[in-house]
Ligand binder design. Sequence first.
Ligand code: HEC
Ligand code: HEC
Ligand code: HEC
Ligand code: HEC
Ligand code: HEC
Length: 259
Amino acid sequence: MRRWGIILMLLAACVMPSTQAMGAAPQVIVCIQCHAAQPARLSDPVTLWQTSIHAEHGITCNACHGGDPMDAANSMDPARGYRGVPAPTSVPALCGGCHMGVTKHYMNSAHGRALGRGGPTCVTCHGSHDITRASLELISKKNCTTCHTFDKALMIRRAMVKTDGMLKAIEKRITILKSQGIDTDPLEKKLFSLRNRFHAMYHSLDVTLIREESAHIQAELEKTSGAGGAGTGYLVGVIAVGWALLAALLFSMIKKNID
Ligand code: HEC
Ligand code: HEC
Ligand code: HEC
Ligand code: HEC
Ligand code: HEC
């Protein structure tokens, strides 16, 4: 009976995502503490932010609004760098402080050129506080037809959908390998830069550029995953090694328990 317990534990370990190492004890951010106790207009940002990708990565209120997150009495003092609520026209520069590649594409696009004249800013599409991981789902009739028709938006979505699917499939396989304790670092590094290049490009709104770059990225991905060749790619090799290791481990555990 015990061996089934062990097998189940091993299988569970295979499907469980690797847990991130916890950093140092979190410091109290006074902005969050005080704002959470304020009326809706001032506390809603806290509630929305709490489940955002920025909260997950420790990007707190002061990253966008300035101020001193450690000193409650002076936190909103301009002398401590407090900037208040950003004007819509200054939003791209604010976000661009960290998202440089995306913002460069955006500034050169029809949307960037229409900034301050009816064009969308970053927060029109992503929200300000409830920002989550971006995906092609954002290109929807709901988000893209308030200012113009949907046909151009649809062309961009169609040009991106195949590469998007390839990236997702490889990411999924890497997660599985990683949970098996296999070193996926070189692969992840490569995927990370390809993924960023691909997702940032959307903001150019340039279908020709997107088609060209997508073809290039697809070729790179096929090399990486071995999908194009007869199973000679790096990923295929790593997967084979991963399953062989797992099988060997399972076998030795079962054998020990039987013996
Ligand atoms: C002790 C309570 C308290 C702390 C600490 C605090 N705030 Fe505020 N905050 C308020 C109140 C009350 C208001 C509304 C009145 C006002 O604008 O001064 C406000 C307003 C704001 C606004 C909206 C301003 C506007 O013009 O509408 C922003 C943005 C803001 N705070 C950000 C921050 C940030 C960032 C921090 C931390 C660096 C912070 N707050 C710390 C109480 C606080
Ligand atoms: C990624 C950048 C970013 C972060 C992080 C962020 N904000 Fe904001 N915040 C904005 C932007 C942009 C606006 C203006 C647009 C809007 O009102 O949505 C804004 C608006 C506000 C307002 C004014 C809301 C209103 O309706 O007048 C308050 C208050 C505020 N933020 C508080 C906070 C607090 C508190 C935190 C931390 C929990 C925080 N923000 C984190 C970008 C950010
Ligand atoms: C202080 C740096 C900083 C600022 C300012 C900032 N971000 Fe971020 N943002 C991050 C980090 C770190 C992440 C998480 C890592 C990643 O995915 O890039 C992130 C993630 C994101 C994501 C999800 C990316 C993905 O992979 O899908 C979006 C969308 C985003 N931010 C939009 C914005 C917008 C819009 C603004 C301005 C209102 C903004 N950010 C301001 C640092 C910042
Ligand atoms: C707040 C208004 C607004 C929203 C929301 C908006 N757009 Fe636009 N968009 C514009 C303006 C303004 C232009 C430039 C004038 C035009 O072409 O109509 C534009 C132009 C475009 C173009 C033409 C680019 C070119 O070079 O010809 C595309 C493609 C586009 N938008 C895609 C999208 C997509 C996809 C979404 C949703 C994710 C979206 N837009 C949401 C305002 C908006
Ligand atoms: C018209 C809507 C729209 C506007 C305006 C917009 N974005 Fe995006 N953004 C998207 C969509 C759609 C995606 C997903 C594209 C994809 O899946 O390839 C995205 C993806 C992203 C990502 C993820 C990129 C990655 O590497 O995974 C970030 C970060 C981001 N946007 C930040 C910004 C910032 C900063 C601005 C302003 C300078 C901005 N966005 C303006 C719609 C928009």
